[in-house]
Design a protein around this ligand. Structure first.
Ligand SMILES: Cc1cc2nc3c(=O)[nH]c(=O)nc-3n(C[C@H](O)[C@H](O)[C@H](O)COP(=O)(O)O)c2cc1C
Length: 151
């Protein structure tokens, strides 16, 4: 079965976690088996990454940057890709989502940071504070859009 990973960080209010659930709903509607992982719960084991066909990355804006847990994932990803030569870490379609408190520029740098993973699909979805119904619908639609890149 086609497998999707929703890798995100959520810690302060659960805003990014709500968006992650909506993305996961869209991915399931599109026919994917979905794993969710919040980097606030620990370090994601990058050696598990090759099994996924597509990925959704979500972060709160932390000082116009991604959260540390996701940065750690990308650091691990680089080392396993470039030095340890683990196969299956790249060439994956991915989507992006983020939440913020009313400012910050994380949305501008996310495509570059996660660009090593593969091809960005669709438009990143953002939420100021708690995601409303419209934002959650857009997250769900983005999850569905991602499935179209893998089927
Ligand atoms: C350490 C820290 C730094 C933050 N920096 C920014 C920032 O630069 N700009 C902004 O708009 N919001 C900033 N915020 C607010 C969070 O991005 C916002 O509350 C987000 O929705 C929290 O997501 P969560 O509930 O999933 O953890 C910051 C929050 C924290 C805890």
């Amino acid at each position: 079965m086609t497998k999707a990973l929703v890798l995100y960080h959520s810690q302060e209010f659960g805003n990014t976690a709500e968006m992650a659930q909506a993305i996961a709903d869209g991915l399931r509607e599109g026919g994917c088996a979905v794993d969710l992982f919040n980097t606030n719960d620990g370090r994601f084991d990058v050696t598990r990454f090759p099994q996924y066909d597509c990925v959704a990355f979500g972060s709160p804006d932390y000082y116009s940057y991604i959260a540390g847990g996701l940065k750690m994932f990308m650091d691990d990803h680089y080392i396993y890709d470039v030095h340890k030569k683990l196969k299956g870490l790249r060439d994956k379609p991915f989507v992006l989502f983020y939440s913020h408190g009313g400012g910050g520029n994380v949305k501008d740098i996310m495509p570059r940071i996660f660009g090593r993973i593969g091809t960005l699909i669709g438009e990143p979805v953002g939420s100021m504070g708690s995601p409303d119904k419209n934002v959650l619908e857009r997250c769900k639609a983005l999850g569905r859009e991602l499935t179209k890149a893998v089927f």
